[in-house]
Design a protein around this ligand. Structure first.
Ligand code: GRF
Length: 203
């Protein structure tokens, strides 16, 4: 399977996917990594792994629609079976989401439907939650609202700050995202509108 990964930052989830592809855990190939920021460290990770990279800055586009159309063109050059959002910090247009419906995944650092949007770790601490985590989901037009495929939970400790909690969640992200991508590449995972299924069982 051909996979295109979109990033904006550090790319630690990208690294987990690179490692999972090279070990054979994921039966797929990352064909390209595309970033909206030239200084995204994940671009270095991709280059070191011999993966082709591209920077597509939103600054040269007049509207969100124009940017997303350029993004579709860039992605589709690689004929992906799967598009993976791995810390891609942009809201995507409905046209983009529809174009990749059923083959567009995201990871979000909360136990969805809790804490959609930003600053999830601080919000979990402020709410006094005793558990927190991450969710991998299919992307729909609802921001952080698409069908959840897999979640991992971590405890929240009384002396946690947003950073210590984020680190604990990140470790889990690096486990669950490769696993979901593996399932997708094994043709075991499907999206049916607002539901996801694994091996034919609705999740
Ligand atoms: C992760 O916390 C992910 O859940 C969120 O953005 C962050 C990306 O981290 N969507 P990294 O760039 O993969 O290290």
């Amino acid at each position: 399977k051909s996979i295109v990964v979109l990033i904006s930052g550090s790319g630690s989830n990208l690294q987990a996917l690179i490692d999972a592809c090279s070990s054979g855990f994921v039966p797929g190939k990352i064909s390209a990594v595309i970033a909206n920021k030239a200084n995204a460290y994940g671009l270095v990770r991709a280059s070191e792994a011999g993966i082709s990279t591209q920077v597509l800055s939103h600054k040269h586009h007049s509207s969100r629609e124009a940017y997303d159309n350029a993004l579709i063109d860039a992605i589709d050059q690689h004929q992906p079976d799967l598009v993976v959002l791995a810390g891609f910090m942009r809201i995507l247009t409905p046209a983009f989401v529809q174009h990749y419906q059923g083959r567009l995944l995201n990871i979000h650092p909360s136990l969805l439907p809790k804490y959609q949007g930003l600053n999830t770790h601080q919000r979990a601490i402020d709410a006094g939650d005793t558990e927190h985590g991450c969710s991998v989901h299919f992307v729909t037009e609802q921001l952080d609202g698409g069908p959840v495929i897999l979640q991992a939970k971590v405890p929240v400790f009384s002396d946690d700050d947003a950073q210590s909690l984020a680190e604990r969640v990140h470790e889990q992200e690096h486990r669950v995202y490769p696993l979901v991508v593996r399932w997708f590449c094994q043709n075991r995972l499907q999206q049916h509108a607002d539901k996801a299924s694994l091996d034919g069982n609705v999740l």
